[in-house]
Design a protein. Structure first.
Length: 925
């Protein structure tokens, strides 16, 4: 389905509908206040309510939206929020999926699930994610947080702080995202909530259970509370993907088929690297829980001890039909106007192969956070708080993945000349397992750990002198350390069956893989069956006499020695360039002044931080260069036998001012203005202390490395907004923002001179540096409307519409090289109905095309994610006050996720994950 059509068809119509309904309801409210009030009371009475003396609390969809709107309205800063509809009932299955419903928020998906969050055009690394005000460790390897590791059932609410105040943790030029968990003294009394559902993935036709539960109680006149929560999710799904590794520049030369002996020369051709069909089968198991103890020894002191754990295990196997596009194998080609090769012919006699790839991986991840907090009302005018916590995240699959290849010589043709979604690949299908040749065989993986420890104190003094209402203050000290280790099967074992002559594989290893319905949502004619095999059997064969005997007698000697040293082809640590640790120590102080008078209020603050970064690693040192036997001008590195430690340190301090001004124009109209200076620390991976040197010509020696001395991005942020609250849960708002960012980080080449025993050499080294400035501007529009004035039963209808428009420019703009990941417009439309015991919701989300990453190395081009729109639905029915049945549908129209390179017809990938549906029951006591 065309995503642009969704947007063009739905959004303008909904804007007009909302504007018309809003004006109608405002007129009705002004002319008949008593009627409106009666209608509101009727709606409240028809909701599930909990009465505490004279207070009526509305729950469900409307109650959640009312609370979120009140949070926005009363906030001192620019903020949007999501509140759980009830205990254990967050609006979506995934926290990121819920956050994308907020204006300015967009997400990246993995396996059809939300994972990383971008805010206001800035990628996930520009955001700070907190749980109850505490930083969460992450195994992403960078600054971004992977939201798929936290079960949404454990979360009571989320706030997206779009402007800064001095009390907020520094590090967010995009947004500070805070997740709240449940606490027993907030719930009060006994509550037990549980849910069980079955999730069906259509692509695999499998159904898996998901369960969650929470029990909370308070004792001793509600001075002591205990809360336990648990969530378990199992999912098995398949994703189908057609993909190309990238586009590279080259010259082509091949014989003219119409004039034997005559060569056709093509210069500056943009070639696709390959064309693969990948069927990925993945399992995901997520188990999480919280334990919270709270104690109030007096009315003025609250003590909280809490623990959160999330275990997330992902395993997958990929069955791939692959064709490599090597220029030496070409027998014909044609180009489009951009000099992109759109048709290509390859010959098996020149090396062309149909390959079968098998990849298997496991990724166990554990995230936890535990801490202790004290809140103390010292007197009527002074409140103090102290908090200490530790968060860790570990992902250990060091020897957890395999990558194996077998194939057969074959002729094949590639055709992308029609601009169809899928190219056409024509070849002689090889379903006969005889005559298959061995190829690449590798084990590998990585170990990533992230540890955060922080202690902080804060306070608020109620001054109430003139316009000065209160003064807030605080200090914190934190330490964060990221460790990364990578490993892989060493040379030459990694290419034993593919680089030293043809080795025929036994036919008994192979079986037929049936990818029935492969990419059925995309126009085209992809192959539906190919051969597959087991990686374990591949490695067993590679070490067997049957394989070794196919090599020459001379090669058999060193092959036996290599296998004897590593008979299982086990991954070994790659200490030369990818293993390092980065340690950050941060001390901060802040003060905030809150002023309020008549119809205005202001929050003025100052935050000071001192940051010390230490890059720690080990590396084989380059001790000399020696010429190649065949070419004395080609030099190769000679490295130390043992690794040597690297320890590089940098320090900086920053002062971050902030101002948030709020003016109540009337009882219903609010305008806001904010200015702040924020910072975002560099991606931790870019701060690696390592340097690697490439072999090459004496006049063209190159290398690459990290840079522990990187400074943070610094941003001056300007925000202005207008908000109109015209109903109990209805409002409209518009906001404009501008971010002026200094210190943008780009990979730059610099000349570095190295003196070695054989001489002094000049290298061109690529490292990340703070080089650019940038400006990002955007507008946000939000409309949330309840159709209270419609006759029954239509008065249960409601709608939410938000749109974000964002643009940016850089001081070093280059053609076809975007500077900012994630920069793109987004739109959300939610239509819901809630009446008596029935609830239903349809949610539409669209994210316009955005730049995802730069494909470097020999490719040098951008990769864009095309427009993506998704429809989700849900419905529930309250059987009685204790039990509810519900239904959920995600991606019900089966949209595909597509990526391209520089030009529209340069397909990078098309992925189909299919729709999924759930049905379940929820109980509450």
């Amino acid at each position: 389905m065309n995503n642009k059509e969704h947007k063009l068809r739905l959004l303008p119509a909904m804007i007009m509908l909302n504007l018309g309904v809003i004006s109608t309801n405002v007129f009705a409210a002004e002319s008949a206040d008593s009627t409106q009030n009666s209608a509101n009371e009727s709606v409240v009475n028809q909701e599930e309510v909990a009465e505490d003396e004279n207070k009526i609390v509305v729950v469900g969809i409307r109650g959640s939206l009312e609370k979120s709107m009140d949070t926005k309205r009363e906030a001192k800063t620019f903020i949007d929020a999501i509140t759980a509809e009830d205990i254990g009932k967050f609006p979506d299955q995934n926290v990121a999926e819920s956050l994308q419903r907020i204006a300015g928020v967009a997400i990246d998906r993995e396996g059809g699930e939300g994972q990383l969050v971008s805010v206001r055009g800035l990628g996930s690394e520009f955001n700070t994610t907190l749980l109850n005000g505490r930083s969460l460790a992450s195994i992403s390897g960078g600054r971004g947080f992977s939201f798929d590791v936290i079960a949404s059932e454990l979360i009571s609410g989320a706030q997206v702080h779009k402007t800064q105040s001095a009390s907020m943790v520094e590090g967010a030029s995009g947004a500070t995202i805070n997740l709240d968990s449940f606490k027993p003294l907030d719930i009060k009394g006994f509550r037990a909530v549980g849910s069980a559902k079955f999730l069906h993935d259509r692509m695999t036709d499998t159904t898996k259970p998901q369960v969650s539960g929470l029990i909370s109680n308070t004792f001793a006149d509600e001075t002591f509370g205990v809360l336990l929560s648990f969530a378990r999710t199992d999912r098995e799904y398949r994703s189908d993907q057609a993909q190309n590794g990238g586009f590279y520049q080259t010259d082509l030369s091949f014989e003219d088929p119409n004039n034997p002996g005559q060569m056709i020369e093509m210069a500056d051709v943009t070639m696709p690297r390959n064309y693969d069909q990948i069927a990925k089968l993945e399992t995901r198991e997520r188990t999480g829980g919280t334990v919270v103890f709270q104690y109030k020894p007096t009315e003025d002191i609250t003590l909280t001890a809490d623990y959160l754990v999330s275990k997330y295990d992902v395993g997958y196997s990929e069955h791939t039909l692959a064709h490599w596009f090597d220029t030496d194998w070409i027998a014909g080609a044609s180009l489009d106007s951009n000099r992109t090769a759109v048709t290509l012919d390859f010959l098996g006699e020149r090396g062309g192969k149909t390959d079968y790839l098998n990849r298997e991986s496991t990724r166990p991840t554990e995230t936890d956070l535990y801490g202790f907090n004290m809140e103390w009302n010292v007197g009527s005018t002074l409140q103090l708080a102290a908090d200490i916590y530790r968060s860790t995240a570990v992902s250990d699959n060091f020897d957890g993945w395999t990558d194996t290849v077998a194939g057969v010589r074959n002729d094949y043709s590639y055709d992308n000349s029609t601009n169809a979604p899928l190219p056409t690949l024509t070849f002689q299908e090889q379903l006969d397992a005889n005559n298959l040749l061995g190829g690449w065989g590798e084990r590998g993986g990585s170990y990533i750990s992230d540890e955060i420890t922080e202690a902080k104190v804060s306070g608020e003094w109620d001054v109430n002198v003139g316009p000065l209402v209160s003064v807030s203050f605080g200090a914190s000290s934190s330490e964060r350390e990221l460790n990364t280790r990578n490993g892989s099967t060493p040379w030459p074992l990694v290419c034993l069956l593919g680089c030293f002559g043809d080795v025929t594989m036994p036919a008994s290893m192979f079986s037929l893989y049936d990818a029935d319905g492969f990419l059925s949502a995309v126009d085209g004619n992809p192959v539906q069956q190919w051969l597959t095999f087991s990686s374990a059997e591949f490695f067993n064969f590679a070490a067997s006499e049957e394989a070794i005997s196919q090599f020459s007698a001379e090669d058999q000697v060193w092959i036996r020695e290599a296998i004897a040293a590593n008979p299982n082809f086990t991954a070994e640590e790659r200490t030369w360039n990818n293993n390092f640790a980065v340690k950050e120590e941060v001390t901060s102080f802040y003060t905030d002044f809150f002023l309020e008078q008549d119809n205005w209020s202001a929050l003025l603050g100052l935050r000071y931080i001192k940051n010390t970064t230490t890059g720690i690693g080990t590396q084989f040192y380059l001790i000399d260069l020696e010429p190649s036997v065949t070419d004395p001008n080609t030099l190769g590195g000679v490295y130390s036998d043992d690794t040597l430690p690297i320890n590089l340190k940098s320090e900086y301090s920053k002062v971050l001012p902030s101002l948030n001004l709020k003016v109540d124009l009337t009882d219903d109209w609010i305008t806001r203005f904010a200015y702040s200076k924020s910072m975002t620390r560099p991606d931790i991976g870019k701060m690696s202390p390592r340097t690697s040197y490439n072999d090459g010509h004496i006049d063209d020696l190159t290398g690459s490395g990290g840079n522990p001395a990187l400074n943070p991005y610094e941003s001056k942020n300007y925000d202005i907004g207008l908000e109109w609250y015209y109903g109990d849960a209805s409002y409209a708002s518009i906001a404009y923002y501008e971010k002026r960012i200094d210190g943008y980080i780009e990979d730059e080449e610099s000349i570095e001179t190295i003196t070695l025993p054989s001489g002094t050499y000049t290298y061109t080294i690529s490292r990340p540096f703070n080089v650019n400035t940038a400006k990002i501007t955007g507008q946000e529009l939000i409309i949330q409307h309840m159709f209270d004035n419609l006759p029954e039963p239509l008065d249960g209808l409601g709608v939410i519409l938000n749109m974000t428009f964002v643009d940016g420019e850089s001081s070093e703009d280059e053609p076809n090289k975007p500077f900012q990941v994630g920069l793109g417009d987004s739109q959300n439309l939610i239509l819901f109905y809630e009446k008596n015991d029935f609830q239903a919701r349809i949610a539409y989300n669209n994210r316009d095309e955005f730049f995802q990453y730069w494909r470097g190395g020999s490719y040098q081009h951008p990769v864009y994610v095309k427009d993506y729109a998704q429809f989700d639905v849900s419905a529930s029915y309250d059987i009685n006050e204790n039990f509810q049945i519900f239904f959920e549908g995600i991606n019900v129209t089966n949209e595909t996720y597509e990526k391209r390179a520089t030009f529209e017809n340069q397909m990078m990938s098309i992925t189909e994950t299919g729709p999924r549906y759930a049905i379940g029951v929820r109980a509450s006591f």
